[in-house]
Design a protein around this ligand. Structure first.
Ligand code: MF3
Ligand code: CO
Ligand code: CO
Length: 251
């Protein structure tokens, strides 16, 4: 089977950087509004309006029928939570994940926030999931392979007593939200597609405090941990450069 991985020109990477920057700014706007009592629907509207006001498209909205502009997943929810009248409360961990399209290009980023005070082990889950993302990103350079990213994330997670969700993976990204290749958060070094300058990847570890198994709720979107343990998710859109990487959804 022939697997095509899009290579973007420097001009395209520049356009994707602009999309990624708007994604970053929308995350900052959401962050400012996080507090106990706010509903996830209110956060969705804030993000939606902010992205539109700045000329972007909240491209999760309507994607395969998804009914909102951002995914908000609380505690045992792993990803793809649908904004609702649920209120954030002290002790929650809240994952916010969305794409922004600008200039015809997609950007994809996720963060997990702690609301008020949580247990030490839940705090470690959140901090270590973020660090696992950066362990993966550090592998990115021409000549490295997808399995190097996967293995770095998996090793870091296991070293910190966390399990790795396998049913959902990172992905290539460009004019489409999801392009090849898959970027699993588990795997073997020196295997998988070889990275080349101009590839753009969404790297996104989803790590659980308990067991790795997940299932889908009856809403056909929300993914939750089977054992109801908390789960965290961080994601950046990253381009392969001449000698390493640049994070397009970073500060
Ligand atoms: N942002 C998600 C990802 O990381 C996809 C969101 S699914 C949608 O791949 F339906 F909300 F768009
Ligand atoms: Co995402
Ligand atoms: Co993604």
């Amino acid at each position: 089977m022939l697997l095509l991985i899009n290579i973007k020109s420097e001009r395209e990477i520049e356009l994707m950087k602009q999309a990624g920057h708007l994604n970053f700014l929308a995350h900052e706007e959401i962050k400012k509004n996080l507090r106990p009592g706010i509903t996830t629907k209110q956060l969705d509207k804030i993000a939606h309006d902010f992205i539109i006001k700045n000329g972007g498209i909240p491209s999760c909205l309507g994607y395969e029928g998804f009914p909102a502009s951002i995914c908000i997943s609380i505690n045992d929810e792993v990803v793809h939570g649908i904004p609702s009248n649920r209120k954030l409360k002290n002790g929650d961990i809240v994952s916010v994940d969305f794409t922004v399209k600008l200039n015809g290009y997609e950007s994809d980023s996720a963060r997990t926030y702690i609301i008020g005070t949580v247990s030490k082990e839940t705090e470690d889950l959140v901090n270590n999931t973020k660090l696992a993302l950066y362990e993966g990103i550090k592998q990115v350079r021409p000549g490295a392979r997808i399995g190097d990213i996967s293995h770095a994330i998996e090793t870091f997670a296991h070293d910190h007593g966390l399990s790795v969700v396998r049913e959902l993976v990172g992905h290539g990204i460009g004019t489409n939200m999801h392009e090849g290749p898959d970027v699993p958060n588990y795997g073997t070094p020196e295997t998988g597609p070889i990275l080349k300058k101009g590839m753009v990847l969404a790297i996104e570890p989803m790590l659980n405090l308990g067991r790795r198994e997940v299932c889908m709720l009856d809403d056909d979107w929300t993914i939750v941990t089977e054992d109801k343990s908390p789960s965290a998710h961080f994601e950046h859109t990253v381009a392969v450069t001449k000698d390493g990487y640049v994070i397009l959804t970073g500060e």
